[in-house]
Design a protein around this ligand. Structure first.
Ligand code: AGP
Length: 609
């Protein structure tokens, strides 16, 4: 989704805008732009489709002067990828300049009205409507014009707005699209992502829906759309700049895969009570008694987070004994789910800003359902909107393809199973067994990573195939889905996950020597069934890469290739079986020469529907 950066203070704006924008390119974009108010309130504006680094030298030569400015990376939603549709957008008199993340749903009707009133448009982008609407209400005070204009807008926005004729300020507004304000030394920084701010200041304010902030070089204030003053708490970003830098790694993605053992460690640290066979999840303390009463759980998420939720479904049913279901947020938000006061809805999201997941969350809150968030980004909308929640503590995840955050989500879900199970029938012994195994997982994950060289060889062997099945059963069915998603989203090869038991119901028709299968087949309760699947595939000349448990020699007799993972509890196996699949996808994508960290068409956080 789009990236926003803004600066107002005593120093030149442009160098900061450029460095800040570069730090959020990972979100995915197809065009970029800058707007800086210079001498005599001249506005320097430069915007282009394409990659920022192709223009960086020219931008440095232009080096717009001025200490107030905004910048933007666009991920096209309404309007094709052209210079005219890039941001900033401006009004008829080039007074108002703004950048936007979100979708203006009623832009067509607004545009028609404004054109009838004589406004001339220069793009097909929905955002431009906002510039003309603000112009309509502008009588010298920018924030007043913005508040009046936004009353007519339906849709989502994170906005940063400047005006030549009211030059000493940036007005910021938010509705559903994340936007935060960095509180620096005599300077304020606006951003849609903390990564753009963290090297200047760690003090931030997260705007909430319906809030409008006015930043001047000496102060800031926040109101609602009706100009009622709002006091906000200043929060602290809890990570450092180097965590959002690649270091010696070739890509963020491989860095984040290698961080997966540490991610498990961070997720469980201070939360495991081995002797008592319990876990401590401080974020749930406030709803502990409510959790005792729930008799149904719905897990809601998108993409990779949705697959973590699916693993959680098996855990919660098996170890808590509560009916549990999973739905993808984009469907759930339009369903008519039958829920009641004893239902709990759990939302899983790395960014905490995924529009579909947030919309589903809003639906559940309106119905008075207990909402719990499993979130990675501190201060994100999901973490602030849910009744309670648990942070995965995975640290910033920069690569578009989610890897370490997935492990963090699984670790939290495992602990949630113990937390809720021990409130119910789970015995001390079982609690102790799961908790003590969780303490071993980081080491087991490190051991799993040691197979990286073999997996790189497999990537070389299989990189020219155009289609893959990923199959798994029970706890590893969601891992088959995740492995397929990881491969397709960064290698652009066709890959699908399917439950092992479903193969015979159609998918096996595709199997031949050109259609390999990755079979997740650890020594668990469905091992024999998976072995049968592998034999069915081999009988049809299909090649099989098996993910198997160390010491299993039989599987070598039937699979073409085997990647071994250490033995652990069945419910925890996904945290190990997924690691080779992340590596497999990564190495194939690198061999195929793709932009692994910023794959085509994708964004890190889907903050629009
Ligand atoms: C995962 O590799 C994808 N990039 C995508 O499916 C992602 O998991 C999904 O958009 C959900 O994002 P969230 O966890 O930030 O809500």
């Amino acid at each position: 989704m789009c990236g926003i950066v803004g600066y107002i203070g005593k120093k030149p704006a442009f160098p900061f805008l450029l460095s800040g924008l570069k730090r959020i390119l990972y979100r995915g974009y197809d065009s970029f732009g800058f707007g800086v108010i210079g001498k005599e309130n001249k506005l320097n504006c430069f915007k282009r489709p394409g990659k920022l680094d192709e223009w960086e030298q020219k931008l440095l030569e232009m080096n717009f002067e001025g200490n107030i400015g905004i910048a933007h990376t666009r991920w096209a939603t309404t309007g094709t990828v052209t210079e005219a549709n890039s941001h900033p957008h401006w009004d008829c008199h080039r007074n108002i300049f703004l950048v936007h993340n979100g979708i203006i749903e009623n832009y067509k009707e607004l545009k028609e009205k404004l054109e009838k009133e004589g406004h001339k448009f220069h793009s097909e982008c929905d955002t431009e409507v906002l510039a003309h609407l603000i112009e309509k209400f502008f009588k010298g005070n920018l924030e007043t014009a913005v508040r009046n204009a936004l009353k007519f807008v339906r849709g989502t926005y994170g906005l940063a707005i400047i005006a030549r004729n009211d030059p000493e300020k940036i007005v910021v507004a938010r509705n559903s699209s994340p936007i935060l304000i960095g509180i620096g030394e005599n300077e304020y920084i606006v951003a849609s992502d903390a990564a753009a701010i963290v090297d200047r200041t760690k003090k931030v304010i997260y705007l909430d829906d319906g809030e409008v902030a006015v930043l001047t070089p000496s102060r800031f204030f926040i109101t609602d759309i009706n100009q009622n003053q709002i006091e906000k708490n200043i929060k602290e970003i809890d990570w450092d700049l180097e965590e959002v830098q690649k270091g010696d790694y070739s890509h963020f993605m491989i860095k984040e895969i290698i961080e997966e053992p540490e991610t498990i460690e961070n997720a469980v640290r201070g939360r495991l009570m081995i002797e008592e066979g319990r876990v401590k999840l401080g974020g749930l303390d406030g709803i502990q008694e409510k959790l005792r009463k729930i008799n149904r759980i719905i897990l809601v998420a998108c993409g990779t987070a949705g697959y973590a939720a699916r693993v959680g479904e098996y855990m919660l049913e098996e170890y808590v004994g509560i009916p549990t279901e999973v739905d993808i947020a984009s469907e759930f938000r339009y369903r008519k789910p039958v829920v009641d006061k004893n239902t709990a809805a759990i939302f899983v999201s790395q960014s905490g800003e995924t529009a579909d997941t947030l919309a589903a969350l809003k639906e559940m809150k309106e119905k008075g359902i207990l909402t719990i968030g499993i979130t990675n980004v501190v201060g994100s909308t999901q973490s602030r909107e849910t009744d309670a929640g648990v942070y995965t503590r995975s640290g910033p995840e920069i690569a578009v393809a989610s890897t370490k955050a997935f492990l963090g989500q699984l670790a939290i879900l495992s602990m949630l199973a113990v937390y809720l199970g021990r409130q119910r029938e789970m015995a001390l012994v079982m609690g102790k067994r799961i908790v003590s195994e969780l303490t071993k997982l980081p080491e087991l994950a490190k051991e799993t990573l040691k197979s990286a060289p073999e997996i790189e060889k497999l990537a070389k062997k299989y990189k020219n195939f155009k289609n893959f099945w990923f199959i798994g059963r029970k706890y590893n069915f969601p891992i088959a889905l995740e492995g397929a998603l990881k491969l397709k989203e960064i290698s652009y090869l066709h890959a699908e996950g399917v439950a092992g038991g479903e193969l015979k119901h159609g998918p096996i028709a595709l199997i031949d020597e050109n259609f390999p299968t990755v079979a997740i087949c650890p020594l668990d309760s469905v091992y024999e069934k998976m072995i049968s699947n592998i034999q069915e595939i081999k009988a049809r000349e299909g090649k099989v890469i098996a993910v198997a448990t160390q010491g299993d020699k039989d599987i070598k007799k039937i699979a073409d290739d085997v990647i071994y993972i250490p033995k652990t509890l069945e419910m925890l196996t996904p945290m190990l079986s997924v690691i080779p699949l992340h590596l497999f996808a990564y190495y194939i994508a690198v061999l195929l020469g793709h932009d692994v960290d910023k794959p085509r068409n994708l964004a890190k956080s889907c903050t629009v529907e």
